[in-house]
Design a binder for this molecule. Structure first.
Ligand code: ZN
Length: 108
């Protein structure tokens, strides 16, 4: 699906897609693409919809890239945040921020 971008300066809807945003074909104004912050429904391993601020429990061992130990089953992650991307759950464990896929947690 293509969204028609409208130039914020001359309001012509003929923007060209540039490297990291758009460039107006009419007036040459360049602007950055809006960050895609739309987070769809994030569901846990049981299919429950998660919300920011929820506490979740890790249901599968997580291997963290380049870090020994990883995260064990049963670890609680409090006050999660939801972020766009493949790993929509952001939480803090032992003071470090990690990103988790939603199928590896369940709502506490
Ligand atoms: Zn323009």
């Amino acid at each position: 699906m293509t969204t028609l971008e409208t130039c914020p300066i001359c309001t012509m809807a003929d923007a060209l897609i540039a490297e990291d945003g758009f460039e107006c074909a009419t007036c040459g104004h360049e602007w950055l693409a809006e960050p895609d912050d739309a987070v769809g429904d994030v569901r846990d391993a049981n299919g429950n919809v998660l919300a920011a601020g929820d506490t979740v429990v890790v249901v599968k061992d997580l291997k963290l890239n380049g870090k020994a130990g990883g995260v064990k089953i049963g670890t609680k992650v409090k006050s999660i945040r939801l972020v766009p991307g493949d790993h929509p759950i952001e939480g803090k464990i032992d003071g470090r921020t990690i990103l988790i896929t939603s199928d590896k947690v369940k709502k506490a």
